[in-house]
Design a protein around this ligand. Structure first.
Ligand code: WT7
Length: 659
């Protein structure tokens, strides 16, 4: 850690700053005094935010904090799905559009709040028929189709937990998640559209469920008409069981701390962590942040979050936050360049999108495709632009502001994590003079610090570790089934101070604004998605030709970080063959199959040795130097100092491929 720490100072300085226009500030949902109001009494402030929701029974206390275990809105009772759907219909907004859904091939579906209520009730009744009840776990692997939202809300309505698994994850990854959560039902689809072509889904999930005894049924949405393998008795078509259900279901109110979902995320070890979120605090912070950070106006704004439902951004900012706030959202199934590179701008023009929330990796891709593409569309409906997933470079920020925002949309760079559940550090669009590349400061009600190795605040102008020094409503309540790992992962680094350690480096500029500097642990961030080095290493070593593997994240102009692997082949593999393009391709495909295409190494280098300390720890810092074409740093702690020369010499004939 100490070694990493030294690299955390940010050498760049940014003097540009963009305050909101007077016109925007005058109509903004949140004003500057919110910071002081929240500081004056955090619990009163959060209680006010919780009032945005409908509580069947009001809480007795706002917070019980027995570090590291929090209970928010203690004794309160609510139903999350009722809050996201029914209450809006009851308030007379049944005809308001909840989702403008846009399929990749161009088919569309308009879902009003009344439609959503009917669909969620039918889905809930179908789940009941399939034996799902309070506390059960339901795995969901679906493309970006409305049934994904119906399924999540049906679980929430029943007090069951969903575990959504990204559609691009491999059968092995799905299997591990089903097993860890002991899921009873899997909801999936026959296939999914990928760049204009239907690809199988059910065939893959069948591989995952071949040996998962807890799965009683597989509920299958027909999306592509692709042929599917079928297990009679276990598998059921969505349209056969859901369509016939009653459109009514009376929701029951659950405790504020009722588990809502598990979402798996990568950590520094190979085993994914099941992050647990609960009902009341989570929904409160999702709704609050969606309202103030995006300046959302119910019934007026048209909101589009481009994330996939399989990531936390999809959970908090496609489903829970926006629906709790009665948003009209766009939901898009496909990739940004199908069938052409202007698809997003065409969609913004078509629906009059006013709030657009995306990731830096995509912004950089758009930059690469060229400014003439967005210039062809009318983007004047846009009011607020958001960014999430990784640090956004000032250059990309400026490009976004000029070419998408027409120089008049506030940009909100939102820092948060799967574990935090909702946005933590972000500008307020009507208040903050935002600096390109900075997430600026913690939101009203949120407290964060940047500290040194000893846990002391570093002060303005300095870098260190980002910590959260006060509990927050949407914080994770634990790692599913592993209390020890929860304490160890998040609360042990600064145990004495009682700080949550986020795993990120950060610095304060001279004005006290926060600048996020990336992960300080062995977690890579590829296109805004966390992938652990260990997981990719394990996948490589599971290939019969590989003896040992070391993986590092190297800066990548488009994806933020790219995965670079160093592998030692087994003794019986002919060396020329091992370094050949075919062998490298086979390894890259193998990782893709084991984990999913997002984990496919950008580059694989076959080496004879790996740089290790005397205690046998791989020195990733040195490998990162190689991967980023830098001069190799201090090698004095290497067990064998000639190793780096050997690696550098051997690289000339290593292969790199891209797709
Ligand atoms: C990690 C969390 C939050 C939803 C998407 C990712 C990085 C996230 C920012 C930002 C700099 C960011 C951090 C964080 N990150 N947003 N605005 N600026 N870094 O969720 O997979 O849980 O990843 O993403 O490193 O720890 P996640």
């Amino acid at each position: 850690m100490a070694e990493e720490h030294a690299t955390l100072s940010n050498l760049s300085t940014e003097n540009r700053s963009f305050p909101p226009s007077d016109e925007f500030a005058a109509q903004a949902n949140a004003t500057a005094d919110w910071y002081d109001r929240a500081d004056a009494d955090r619990e009163v402030f959060w209680a006010e935010q919780a009032e945005r929701l409908h509580w069947e029974r009001k809480w007795e206390r706002v917070l019980d904090w027995d570090a590291p275990f929090a209970k928010w809105f203690v004794g309160g009772r609510l139903n999350v799905a009722y809050n996201c759907v029914d209450r809006h219909v009851e308030a007379g907004y049944g005809e308001q559009v909840a989702f403008h859904w846009e399929g990749e091939p161009g088919d569309t579906r308009t879902i009003t709040y009344a439609d959503l209520q009917r669909e969620v009730c039918k889905t809930t009744n179908a789940l009941i028929e399939l034996g799902v009840g309070e506390g059960d776990r339901v795995a969901i692997q679906l493309p970006m189709i409305p049934e994904a939202v119906f399924s999540m809300l049906a679980c929430a309505r029943l007090g069951a937990m969903h575990s959504v698994v990204f559609g691009g994850f491999s059968p092995g990854a799905l299997k591990a998640r089903i097993e860890d959560a002991e899921a009873k039902l899997l909801i999936t689809s026959d296939g999914q559209y990928r760049r204009g072509k239907p690809a199988p889904m059910k065939a893959n999930t069948d591989e995952a469920t071949a040996e998962t005894p807890t799965i009683e049924h597989v509920l299958v949405v027909k999306r592509t008409e692709i042929d599917v393998p079928w297990t009679d008795g276990r598998d059921i078509w969505w349209h056969e069981i859901v369509d016939k259900q009653s459109e009514e279901h009376t929701p029951e109110a659950f405790d504020a701390e009722q588990p809502l979902y598990i979402l798996y995320t990568s950590g520094t070890t190979g085993k994914p962590k099941g992050i647990l979120h609960t009902a009341g605090g989570y929904l409160t912070q999702c709704a609050y942040t969606h309202n103030v950070v995006f300046d959302h106006k119910p019934g007026e704004s048209v909101y589009w979050c481009t994330a996939d439902i399989g990531w936390v951004t999809g959970h908090s900012y496609i489903v829970y936050g926006p629906l709790a706030n009665r948003a009209t959202s766009v939901m898009y199934e496909g990739t940004p360049n199908t069938p052409h590179e202007g698809r997003h701008w065409e969609i913004i023009q078509k629906y009059g999108v006013s709030i657009y929330y995306t990731a830096p990796t995509l912004i950089r891709t758009f930059m690469k495709w060229g400014t003439d593409i967005p210039a062809k569309y009318d983007l004047s409906s846009l009011r607020v632009l958001g960014s999430v997933g990784e640090p956004i470079n000032p250059e990309a920020w400026m490009w976004y502001r000029e070419n998408i925002g027409g120089n008049n949309c506030p940009i909100v760079d939102t820092w948060w994590q799967t574990e935090t559940g909702a946005i933590m550090i972000s500008p307020l669009p009507g208040v903050t003079a935002a600096k390109p590349g900075s997430a600026m400061r913690p939101l009203p009600g949120i407290s964060a610090e940047i500290v040194n190795d000893a846990g002391e605040p570093v002060g303005h102008g300095n870098g260190g570790y980002l910590v959260l020094d006060e509990p927050w409503p949407s914080m994770l309540r634990g790692i599913w089934g592993d209390e020890e790992r929860y304490r160890e992962t998040y609360w042990s680094r600064f145990a004495e101070q009682g700080y949550y350690f986020a795993g990120d480096g950060a610095k304060y500029d001279d004005d006290g604004a926060f600048w996020l500097l990336g992960r300080v642990d062995d977690v890579m961030n590829v296109s805004g998605h966390r992938i652990s080095t260990t997981e990719v290493e394990s996948a490589l070593v599971s290939h019969p030709t590989v003896a040992e593997a070391a993986v590092v994240g190297a800066s990548d102009a488009t994806t933020g970080q790219g995965i670079v692997a160093f592998v030692i082949m087994r003794g019986n593999v002919a060396q020329d063959e091992a370094k050949g393009a075919d062998a490298i391709k086979a390894l890259r495909d193998h990782v893709s199959k084991e984990i999913g295409p997002i984990a496919k190494p950008r580059q694989i280098m076959v080496v004879d040795e790996l740089p290790k300390t005397r205690s046998g720890k791989i020195m990733r810092r040195l490998l990162r130097d190689v991967a980023e074409n830098r001069e190799i740093g201090d090698v004095t702690t290497l067990a064998d100092s000639s190793v780096m020369d050997m690696i550098s010499a051997g690289l000339q004939d290593s292969s790199r491929s891209e797709d």
